[in-house]
Design a protein around this ligand. Structure first.
Ligand SMILES: [Zn+2]
Length: 81
């Protein structure tokens, strides 16, 4: 289920599958270098989201909350249903 991430983050999903989803999200957060993280490390001057321009784009933003990404997930969700 592609939009299960926010439900895990918000604590609405429970059980073994939620634990696995948390591990996956933590792993993705660890391996995905967002512009904000690169800026924190001094590897980039700009921490804005490359898609929408929001300031200080963290993993939750680039993976779920960005309006551009949300339209992508909505299209995927509609296609699967
Ligand atoms: Zn964005």
């Amino acid at each position: 289920m592609p939009i299960s991430g926010p439900r895990v983050i918000l604590g609405q999903k429970k059980g073994p599958r939620a634990i696995i989803d948390c591990y996956i999200l933590n792993y993705l957060n660890w391996v995905y270098y967002t512009t904000a993280r690169l800026s924190d490390y001094g590897l980039r001057n700009d921490s804005r989201c490359p898609r929408c321009g929001k300031d200080s784009a963290r993993f939750a933003h680039v993976a779920w909350c960005c309006r551009v990404v949300q339209s992508f997930w909505l299209a995927v969700f509609r296609e699967l249903h």
